[in-house]
Ligand binder design. Structure first.
Ligand code: ARG
Length: 461
């Protein structure tokens, strides 16, 4: 039997080669539960429009509930002949409701408005789950920042020692982008919360069916404003894909640092045994695989976004079959992040920082040179001159292989008349970080406020 939803005008079924190409059940089955939910809502509007009587609605819903249970238990699965999830579920409905009643459900809807709606339902649910997982990770970063207290580390630009910062400040610098990713998911939902159901194939709802009723039934804020747009646009899917890619990039940035910090040369951090892996040949190895996988999977997440945008580019209105390619990229992103985020959170939770080593390195590499210059400015020296003088100090130290605080009173005086021995008051890491006490700065009091603010933000979700 021809089980396609479009057999009437065709003399025979599709060629096996076309069927193999066309089939999407191997991935769109992920939408099966949403499809049945959509069908139940659709049955209600058919009833409201007088196209199903009370008894038919009841039997239709009962059949759809049985179908949903069979999908959930695995008793009902897609058959090889089913083109897509919609086709398979219609077959399942006909088997359960009978051809007469089951055949009535498809009135006034198209797979075009269905699929556009289902992918939004799926993404909205998963966006909430991902936001939850992200907040869990942020909580771990915040806990580490809190535990770090006033521990210091070398702050870097260009990966070179720049100025000392608090470890907590640095860790929170990874927490804020992740909190913004949570914000992005929440903000994205405003646009995702419009239902294309009722757009039909493209031109809109017929048969007196009410798109607003289906939208409300499915938890949307309302129907889309334009049925052509509703069936053809995938910017909402692409925007989700961007946020997922951004999460990947944000995790990858932190990963790179953990990988570096975990080297013998840095020695800033130790990974817990349960959250790192060994080598099959080198007995001494303990590898940061979670961070490396996160860094690698960021490439995949970005690739999913790139592939999707490339699919969408150049598509004329309205529905085109190319749009079937919108699902695998975002399904892959969801699957990727869903396994990555909990592992990543566990790795962060169990990091042990060598704060003594970080503190020892914090003032090295002349990272207090800016403090010398700013001390001179407070003494009334123009910054242009102060910068030159501090730079001269660094040059002398570099020549002699010493640090700034090793310069004698005579050395200082020889470099500049402005350099009195009092300059040594700023040649400590504690003095340096304490001086950066404007909002957002690394002074312990400011970082404590920032930590509080991050905690409050994280608990808002
Ligand atoms: N499976 C398709 C998709 O994922 C939906 C079906 C629309 N097919 C069609 N011939 N109009 O986009």
């Amino acid at each position: 039997a021809n089980v396609a939803l479009w057999g009437g005008r065709f003399a025979g079924g599709p060629s096996p080669e076309l069927a193999a190409l066309s089939r999407s059940t191997q991935f769109d089955w992920a939408l099966a539960a949403y499809d049945v939910r959509g069908s139940k809502a659709h049955a209600k509007v058919l009833h409201a429009a007088g196209l199903l009587d009370d008894d038919e609605l009841e039997r239709m819903h009962a059949a759809l509930d049985r179908l949903a249970a069979d999908v959930a238990s695995g008793a009902f699965v897609a058959a090889p002949e089913d083109e897509d999830v919609h086709t398979a579920l219609e077959r399942g409905l006909l088997e359960r409701a009978g051809e007469e009643l089951g055949g009535k459900l498809r009135a006034g809807r198209s797979r075009n408005d269905q699929i556009a709606t289902l992918v939004r339902l799926y993404l909205r649910d998963n966006a909430r789950l991902l936001a939850r997982q992200l907040v869990d990770l942020v909580d771990e970063l915040i806990a580490q920042a809190e535990a770090a207290g006033e521990a210091v580390m070398p702050g870097r630009t260009h990966l070179q020692h720049a100025q000392p910062v608090l470890l907590a400040h640095h860790l929170l610098a990874h927490a804020w982008p992740l909190l913004r990713d949570v914000d992005r998911l929440i903000d994205w939902d405003v646009r995702a919360a419009r239902s294309p159901y009722g757009s039909g194939a493209l031109a809109g709802s017929s048969l007196g069916l009410d798109p607003a009723a289906v939208a409300a039934e499915l938890g949307f804020d309302g129907p889309v404003e334009n049925s052509i747009d509703g069936t053809a646009a995938r910017d909402v899917v692409a925007e989700f894909a961007f946020v997922a890619a951004m999460i990947g990039v944000d995790l990858s940035r932190l990963s790179e640092e953990i990988i570096l910090w975990n080297t013998k040369e840095f020695g800033f951090v130790r990974l817990d045994d349960a959250w790192s892996t060994g080598s099959s040949i080198m007995p001494q190895k303990k590898n940061p695989d979670i961070a490396e996988l996160a860094r690698g999977k960021a490439g995949r997440l970005v690739g999913d976004l790139t592939g999707l945008l490339t699919t969408l580019k150049g598509l004329p209105l309205a529905y085109n079959r190319d749009l079937q390619e919108d699902k695998e990229p975002v399904f892959d992103q969801v699957a990727t992040l869903t396994v990555l985020l909990p592992a990543f959170a566990g790795m962060v939770r169990t990091l042990t920082f060598d704060t003594a080593r970080m503190a020892e390195l914090a003032p090295q590499g002349f990272s207090l040179a800016t403090d010398v210059a700013e001390w001179l400015v407070r003494e009334g020296v123009p910054f242009r001159v102060a910068h030159e003088v501090a730079g001269a100090c660094v040059r002398v130290c570099e020549e002699r292989g010493i640090e700034l605080w090793d310069l004698s009173d005579a050395d200082l005086a020889a470099i500049s008349e402005h350099l009195t021995p009092e300059v040594r008051s700023v040649l400590t890491v504690e003095g340096s970080v304490a001086s950066r006490d404007a909002v957002g700065g690394t002074a312990p009091a400011r970082v404590a406020e920032q930590l509080q603010a991050a905690k409050e933000r994280a608990t808002e979700y």
